[in-house]
Design a protein around this ligand. Structure first.
Ligand code: ZN
Length: 267
């Protein structure tokens, strides 16, 4: 009879019990999902409608509504994220349709982003699998690698890590410009479809309300959302004590628990 209590077996048993305890929370609760999707997207639509109607004569209302709409746009992105993981609704078809609907407000092509995000989850905080351009905010450079850089490389590194550049300048470039481009065609049809839908939606608004109004409002809502959303993603992945692992020891469960932070936000 083999002895069934070694540190390795105990670690596996602990992990299995962790996985079982998490499984309880995996099935979506439909009433909550529908409530979240309807109130978030519905409120964002109402904000946009009020903004477009009131821009010319109620500037204070506009200034009050813009941050609310930005907050709702961030929330819309989190719903799109959950749809991408197939976790907001039980039906894959419903997840995909709601995710694509969200992409009209987040300017993020759902199918394209979903594929890249799955790759991100497949090896995040694996130190042997880095340097993907789509993972610039969850990547890392070791101290040893930094010291090996030439003076010019260090300056370039520090410029891109500067918060002014990384939080306030790069995110809007990603959401407004980079997400419009198909980097890995031919599997990027979703980018073209999203671009076409955005052109019809915002083009129609520009035709009706004017280009300046549409650009100003879309930028006023999406810019703060992009900045805050990326900042949240950044602090989720980069913090003191974050764990990185070699490929041979890496597993998704431990990466999720030790490779991302938990933010205690106020109510
Ligand atoms: Zn995710």
């Amino acid at each position: 009879m083999p002895h069934l209590s070694s540190p390795r077996i105990n670690a596996v048993n602990d992990r299995m019990s962790d996985i079982r305890s998490v499984k309880t929370y995996q099935p979506p609760h439909h009433a909550t999902s529908i409530f979240q999707a309807v109130t978030t997207i519905g409120s964002l639509l109402a904000c946009y409608a009020a903004l477009f109607m009131g821009i010319s004569h109620h500037i204070y209302a506009v200034l009050l509504l813009l941050p609310i709409a930005s907050g709702l746009a961030i929330r819309t992105f989190t719903l799109q994220h959950d749809c991408g993981h197939g976790s907001l609704f039980r039906s894959a078809v419903v997840n995909h349709h709601v995710g694509r609907l969200c992409s009209l407000f987040t300017l993020t092509p759902y199918d394209h982003w979903r594929r890249h995000h799955a790759i991100h989850h497949g090896d995040w905080n694996d130190i042997d699998s880095r340097r993907r351009i789509s993972d610039i905010y969850s990547d890392c450079t070791t101290v040893y690698e930094y010291y090996k850089m030439s003076p010019v490389e260090r300056i370039v590194y520090r410029i891109f890590k500067n918060p002014i550049i990384s939080i306030f300048i790069i995110p809007p470039i990603i959401f407004f410009i980079v997400y419009r481009i198909t980097f890995d065609a031919p599997r990027s049809w979703g980018v073209h479809v999203t671009n076409l839908c955005l052109l019809l939606l915002y083009g129609g608004l520009a035709y009706h309300f004017g280009v300046a109004t549409t650009v100003l409002l879309a930028f006023g809502v999406v810019y703060p959302a992009a900045v805050i959303g990326v900042a949240l993603f950044l602090v989720q992945h980069k913090f003191e004590g974050v764990h990185w692992e070699r490929s041979e020891n890496w597993n998704a469960f431990e990466a999720a628990l030790t490779g991302c932070s938990f933010l205690r936000l106020p109510g």
